[in-house]
Design a protein around this ligand. Structure first.
Ligand SMILES: Nc1ncnc2c1ncn2[C@@H]1O[C@H](COP(=O)(O)OP(=O)(O)O)[C@@H](O)[C@H]1O
Ligand SMILES: [Mg+2]
Length: 405
């Protein structure tokens, strides 16, 4: 059974008059990989800094193992942090960079039964133990044999591993990571995502990870906390968040979603575009207005006469694995991902199985997301540019024709 390790209780943070964290409530289990996910400015870093003890919340509590730690300074918390800018000491080699945390003298306090400090003494980790722990940690982050390298002789990914080893060598119970892969290129970032997950499982501690990259969150997390404007929108496993988004914000932020205005006629029947569709959802009031999510990969293209709906293809983009096509249904544009090629201008029918619908309650985000018109305009601009190029080519071709004569 997983055990609760950290709890944020009614956490608020205000700067001047602006509330940047608005009554956050969250628990984090021991050995869990939990990700705070949301757009820039939603309060992820602030939350992490409060957990680390670098920022004091305006109100609310941080509990660690059931004990309130609001007033405990960072170095007394069993929590370490890896920042995006991982500032290694350039003059120290990899071994000494990692050993640094262990060489700092720690003050051990003896307390009496009232919690009053009665004596303090400095303790040092013995040199042989430092050696063992550093080498073990370098092995964990796959940097065995790099002990004598200086940071500037390492790649970005390797430097990041050193920063992680340095943060883990003190054996914290929790590691905080604030967009640690932000500076790496895409390929390396993907490799490091898998690596970080492996490291977390190997050392068996809690990771609290911050990112604005939904794919990164889906890849690594046991639990995702989706945030917007200082509030939690949804907490769940990656599957929960993807398959059962709570509102239009979450549905739009995680993956691609067509979000259509609908009415829940009765259990398992939803109406949109004036037509009834079978779905699997229930528990809404009769004729309750709802937001209907249809993922681009859950839509089948069929001949118009077999379609539940008929629309017109307005854009086609080849994506390697599939085509992204934009289809206009009465002025509302959907994104459909398909392996079948349907050229621009074609009338197509679509079919959606009952499990392809996800029905959400109306929210403050209704109507703000899920129409691909603007996406389509971007592509139209791009294809207009292509058309201009083609005209140029045509002109050149005519001139060549002229020369041939
Ligand atoms: N020290 C500060 N002073 C004033 N405003 C701040 C400070 N730190 C963060 N903020 C504001 O708090 C909000 C949340 O910021 P942050 O937690 O850094 O978001 P995120 O990490 O999700 O991008 C932003 O509007 C930001 O401008
Ligand atoms: Mg941030």
């Amino acid at each position: 059974m997983s055990k609760e390790l950290i709890r944020l209780r009614d956490l608020c943070m205000a700067y001047d008059d602006e509330l940047v964290l608005d009554h956050l409530n969250l628990y984090i289990n021991d050995k869990e990989f939990l990700t705070l996910l949301g757009p820039s400015g939603c309060g992820k870093t602030t939350t992490l800094r409060i957990i680390g003890g670098f920022t004091t919340p305006t109100s609310g509590d941080v509990l660690f193992d059931g004990v309130r730690i609001n007033d405990v300074p960072p170095y007394r918390r069993q929590i370490n942090t890896v920042f995006q800018k991982y500032a290694l000491f350039p003059h120290l080699n990899v071994f000494e960079n990692v050993a640094f945390g262990l060489r700092m003298p720690r003050v051990e306090e003896q307390r009496d039964e009232n919690g009053k400090v009665v004596s303090r003494r400095k303790v040092k980790v013995p040199e042989e133990e430092i050696r063992q722990r550093v080498l073990e940690m370098l092995e964990t982050v796959s940097l065995k044999g790099f002990e004598n390298r200086k940071p500037d002789a390492l790649s970005g990914g390797q430097q990041q591993r050193v920063a992680i080893a340095r943060a883990l060598v003190n054996r914290p119970k929790v590691l905080l990571l604030d967009e640690p892969l932000g500076a790496l290129d895409l390929k390396l970032r993907k490799d490091m995502q898998i690596e970080l997950k492996r490291i977390q499982q190997q050392v068996g501690i809690t990771f609290i990870y911050v990112t604005h990259d939904q794919e990164e969150a889906l890849t690594m997390s046991d639990t995702i906390v989706v945030m917007d404007k200082g509030t939690i929108q949804q907490i769940g496993t990656p599957e929960d968040i993807y398959n059962e988004p709570k509102n239009a914000f979450v549905a739009d932020f995680i993956g691609e979603s067509n979000i259509i205005d609908g009415v829940m006629v009765r259990d398992r029947v939803v109406k949109m575009y004036g037509r009834e569709f079978a779905c699997l959802d229930g528990g809404f009031a009769e004729n309750e207005p709802v937001d209907v999510v249809i993922r681009p990969e859950d839509i089948d293209i069929v001949p118009p006469e077999e379609g539940q709906l008929v629309g017109t293809v307005t854009n086609v983009t080849f994506k390697g694995m599939q085509y992204d096509i934009i289809v206009d249904f009465k002025g509302f544009k959907w994104l459909i991902q398909t392996t079948d090629h349907s050229p621009e201008g074609r009338h197509i029918g679509v079919k959606i199985d009952p499990d392809g619908f996800h029905i959400m309650k109306k929210s403050q985000y209704s109507g703000m997301f899920g129409d691909y018109s603007s996406y389509s305009e971007e592509y139209e601009e791009l294809s207009d540019a292509d058309a201009l190029d083609e005209e140029d080519d045509g002109e050149a071709a005519r001139r060549e024709d002229g020369y041939a004569e």
